[in-house]
Write a protein that binds this ligand. Structure first.
Ligand code: FES
Length: 113
């Protein structure tokens, strides 16, 4: 399915594995950069994307970009992508495409994220 190129949400996994690898801090740092840039994109917690050992994981929605193994040093590039810059391809390379499709189907079905 063709996905919207829009990014309205940055969903950051807050479950145990991602959290233990610093996902909350990464999300806060992204949110701070977006706020400083005047972006309306919201950074929100998500329960779990099912790729726990690959975290911290985040998904840009509805576009569908999934970044895994996100480190604080990746935050400027991710914020830049959200603000209209280039995707950070190296952070998407480890993502299982089938799991990504499944998670996007789930997110699409939720409606109110
Ligand atoms: S703990 Fe983050 S994907 Fe499961």
């Amino acid at each position: 399915m063709e996905r919207s190129p829009e990014i309205a949400l940055c969903l950051v996994c807050h479950n145990i594995d991602c959290k233990s690898r610093g996902s909350i801090e990464v999300g806060e740092a992204i949110a701070a950069r977006l706020a400083a840039a005047g972006s309306t994109v919201e950074v929100k917690p998500y329960i779990c994307f099912g790729a726990c050992t690959e975290g911290p994981n985040l998904v840009l929605y509805p576009q569908g970009t999934w970044y895994s193994g996100v480190q604080p040093s990746d935050v400027p590039e991710i914020a830049n992508h959200i603000l209209g810059g280039s995707p950070v391809d190296r952070l998407s390379e480890g993502v299982d495409p089938d799991l990504r499709e499944l998670i996007l189907e789930i997110l699409d079905s939720l409606g109110d994220l």
